[in-house]
Design a protein around this ligand. Structure first.
Ligand code: SAH
Length: 245
């Protein structure tokens, strides 16, 4: 059998939010590679080898997947959410670019998944109903100054914003700084929602104004969504109107 690589996302947590196409390809695979907690979400079965790897070794993991496919294996590279959003799909193409010419003829497919931003927005109401920007607040792969610039300009331009990786223990001060910039750029009364562990038993959703927001409201399992100046509450929901003046 000839090898292939499929890059797939397992959704935000709940089994029913894994798209059927991803479940089908997992049933055909010989090998699954990914970060430990994501690989553990795949049900083991005879004929399937699970390769767990640590965080921050994305390029090694991607290279390993391509090597196995070149060897005739049928490999699924798993991410959470959607694999193209701050996840493994780009890492696979980076490894492909750096690898031998023969790899260019490998069968490589990316399957879409339900990203945390969309699962969170759906639980909150419709905070992303108008134009928005998705921003990764981690400075692992880009300078913090660039993140500050993007926050400020997106806020001033009136984009709603969805933040991935908002706050980690290794950089607790940065999210406090991000909130300061947002208050200046968007106004103190703009709504901000914290959606933690969406679609899992630990799910918790909170909405406050930027004036009321504190850094401890977010951790690495939280999706943060900031509205624009028109974003408002209706009953228990938060929504952004489809129009802007
Ligand atoms: N590829 C993933 C994102 C990877 S970055 C996707 O498309 O969803 C990891 C970040 O995603 C986390 O720090 C958190 O901000 C967010 N995230 C992932 N799953 C989540 C969930 N169930 N609830 C809330 N945020 C989540």
């Amino acid at each position: 059998m000839s090898g292939w690589v499929v890059v797939a996302g397992l959704g935000p947590g709940r089994e029913s939010l894994i798209v059927p196409e991803v479940a089908e390809v997992l049933a055909e695979a010989t090998d699954v590679v990914g970060y430990i907690p994501y690989v553990r979400r795949v049900t083991p079965r005879p004929g399937l080898t699970l390769h767990e790897s640590d965080n921050r070794v994305e390029l090694d993991r991607a290279t390993h997947a391509l090597e196995m496919a070149a060897d005739g294996k049928q490999v699924v590279v798993v991410s959470s959410g959607d694999p193209g959003v701050f996840a493994m799909a780009s890492a696979v193409f980076e490894a492909l670019e750096a690898g031998p010419q023969e790899w260019l003829s490998l069968d490589i497919r990316v399957l879409p998944g339900i990203t945390a931003m969309l699962a969170a927005a759906a639980r909150i109401g419709a905070p992303l109903g108008h134009d928005f920007a998705a921003i990764n607040l981690s400075d692992n792969l880009k300078p913090w100054e660039l993140i500050e610039k993007r926050l400020r300009l997106a806020g001033e331009a009136g984009f709603a914003m969805a933040f991935y990786n908002p706050r980690s223990k290794s950089r607790p001060h940065q999210f406090a700084r991000a909130l300061e910039i947002l208050r200046e750029a968007c106004g103190e009364e703009t709504l901000i929602s914290f959606a933690r562990a969406v679609s899992t038993p630990e799910e918790a959703i909170t909405t406050v104004t930027l004036a009321e927001a504190t850094p401890d409201m977010a951790d690495m399992r939280t999706m943060v969504i900031v509205g624009n100046r028109d974003t408002r509450r209706v009953g228990n929901y938060v929504y952004t109107p489809r129009s802007a003046l």
